[in-house]
Write a protein that binds this ligand. Sequence first.
Ligand code: FES
Length: 99
Amino acid sequence: MIELDGTGCKVAVFVCTNERSPDKSCCKKVGGMEFYQALKQKVKESQLQHSHWISRSGCLGFCNDKGTAVVIFKSNHTPKWFNEVTSQQTEEIWKEIIS
Ligand code: FES
């Protein structure tokens, strides 16, 4: 095992893009991948990709039929969890990420 130097990471965001069986709710069905891609684009446009890491995740345990689950980790802050996030909340989540 090698311990990594993660001091360059100021914000880590996980967006659920998980897909479940057709009869079950999941973030892939409610735009999780599109939301993830939109945040990746914003971080790239803002040139924050070296300090603000946006990652896809598997199921975060909040599956629903309305929107994806998102968690934001910042240094020295309590993680912020959001659920039922849709593309209409992209700016709102982005403000949480960069604030
Ligand atoms: S599939 Fe996203 S929280 Fe379960």
